[in-house]
Write a protein that binds this ligand. Structure first.
Ligand code: ADP
Length: 502
């Protein structure tokens, strides 16, 4: 293998180019019209335009990407995550062009891409699955019957689902039929496949996933777990490794289950088995057949470069370690930095990056895909980059992340940096008492209106105190400047007039 086309953009494209360079591989980038001048385009050895900004006309164009791969004369294609990474037809098209797809076989992608089929295979391999059914529901009547037997609350899920889409929580029998119809419609619209099944809705689980690496010689090892319980609408925001809750025994049991899962589908490359953990028991959720956004925390505690190993395994190399040789050191945390405003319900923001200052110092890593002067639009995922820290203990890692977030400067576009600062200072997070309900339990972390409301109240109290003080002073207060006399600061009157009618 001498050269690799990276069929992606942003931080993950930059990450893959870096791995290529360290391995002495030529990197070929692709880009849309919106990404001319983007860091991944500037960094790669060569770059080719795919088409206009919308993904459907650029990063999702399989035909164009295969054409570019041939024209550029690459040996392999790395899909990154998102876009075409878990589309079996893309893996097939790459292979049909005589090139190496950096990832598992199209059959494995297909098997794991369908949640019900994945559940059937995992059950057969002896891996515990979230209680529920393993075949799609035929109609609303069956949904009602199955959910009744299972007991509410239940979760309706699209078999073809991903990215938290097509899921519906149903609290009781009244809502089940309507929810089923809606879930089918939603799944059809989002994935072109209306198959829906039902799982027991766990009330306070943690999301804990196991990182795997497999090679083409039948070796599979796990690289420990990541805890990704800090989520918003089933999307991860903060990830860490190791999980604050797992003991060595449970870690080994989950790791073994994940390895069994991978062996059941002859897994090759990097992959992740996601579990829900509750009260000491764990349940298979799904398998992702690609590199994940949160892979750096595993790299930091194992010292293993996952992206380099994806490429080395794809080139036919055998993994050099036995399971016992994989050891863990310290604690790592990742914060996803997105162009979303947490104070306005995570509303995506756009703009030109005027100023960017990346934190440094011991144990801090930045995996980014942005640069000063760059334009942030609405065409793609709002992930701008990831801030990752590593320290000897979790407490030190939390402090280090708080310090790094303090140093982080991003001007020109709204971001969720302030939200992450609040999380790092929140006692329950610091204690490691996590669950996927964390954000629901802490609305103060995401409710900017409330902090605005709080500061308005504080302002009101200060204004009242100042006025009171002036009333008791010898000379009557006057608003604004003037000669002599006790003078109230101008903001008091500004506050009074802005507050009228509230
Ligand atoms: P997707 O493929 O759309 O990301 P997943 O099956 O991976 O969907 O689930 C995403 C998230 O949804 C999980 O991390 C968890 O927060 C929540 N979730 C999924 N299944 C359940 C369940 N049975 N009970 C409670 N929460 C769940």
């Amino acid at each position: 293998m001498h050269s690799v086309l990276i069929a992606n953009r942003g931080e993950i494209a930059v990450r893959i180019i870096r791995a290529c360079r360290e391995l002495g591989l030529r990197s070929v980038a692709v880009y849309s019209e919106a990404d001319r001048g983007a860091p991944h385009v500037l960094m790669a050895d060569e770059a080719y335009l795919l088409g206009p900004a919308p993904s459907a006309e650029s990063y999702l164009r399989m035909d164009r990407i295969v054409e570019v791969a041939k024209r550029a004369g690459v040996d392999a294609v790395h899909p990154g995550y998102g876009f075409l990474a878990e589309r079996a037809p893309f893996a097939r098209a790459i292979r049909a062009a005589g090139l190496t797809f950096v990832g598992p076989t199209p059959e494995t992608i297909d098997a794991m891409g369908d949640k019900t089929e994945a559940r059937r295979r995992m059950e057969a391999a002896g891996v515990p699955i979230v209680p529920g059914i393993t075949e799609a529901l035929v109609d609303a009547r069956e949904a009602e019957q199955v959910a009744g037997e299972m007991g509410y609350p239940v979760l309706l899920k699209a078999s073809a689902g991903g990215g938290g889409k097509g899921m519906r929580v149903v609290e009781g029998p009244d809502g089940i039929r309507r929810a089923f119809e809606a879930a089918v419609r939603e799944a059809e619209a989002a994935f072109g496949d209306g198959a829906v099944y039902v799982e027991k809705y766990l009330d306070r689980p943690r999301h804990i996933e196991i990182q795997l690496l497999g090679d083409s010689h039948g070796n599979v090892v796990h690289l420990g777990e990541r805890e990704c319980s800090i989520q918003r609408r089933h999307q991860k925001l903060v990830e860490e490794a190791p999980s604050p809750i797992l003991d060595a025994g449970t870690r080994a049991a989950m790791g073994e289950a994940a390895v069994r899962a991978a062996q059941a589908v002859d897994y090759e490359g990097a992959g992740t088995v996601e579990f829900l953990w509750q009260d000491g028991a764990f349940y298979f959720l799904e398998m992702n057949t690609r590199i994940q956004v949160e892979h750096p925390v595993t790299e930091l505690i194992t010292g293993i470069d996952l992206v380099q190993w994806q490429l080395r395994v794809a080139a036919g190399e055998a993994l050099p370690w036995s399971q016992e040789e994989i050891t863990f050191r310290g604690h790592a945390i990742e914060c996803r930095i997105t162009s979303e405003n947490p104070d306005e319900g995570f509303l995506p923001s756009t703009g030109r990056i005027r100023h960017l200052e990346i934190p440094g110092g011991p144990g801090v890593r930045w995996d980014g895909g942005i640069a000063s002067g760059g334009e942030v639009g609405l065409h793609y995922d709002p992930l701008l980059g990831k801030l990752i820290v590593h320290a000897p203990t979790r407490t030190e890692a939390v402090r280090r992340m708080a310090r790094a977030l303090e140093e982080f400067v991003l001007e020109g576009v709204e971001s969720c940096v302030a939200f992450h600062r609040r999380v790092m200072a929140e006692p329950q997070f610091i204690a490691g008492d996590l669950s996927i309900r964390y954000l629901e339990e802490h609305p103060e972390l995401t409710r900017g209106e409330d902090s605005a409301e709080d500061s308005r109240r504080v302002t009101a109290v200060i204004a009242a105190l100042l006025e009171e003080e002036h009333r008791h002073s010898l000379r009557p207060p006057r608003i604004g400047g003037g000669n002599g006399g006790a003078v109230l600061p101008p903001w008091v009157s500004a506050f009074r007039s802005s507050n009228r009618g509230r």
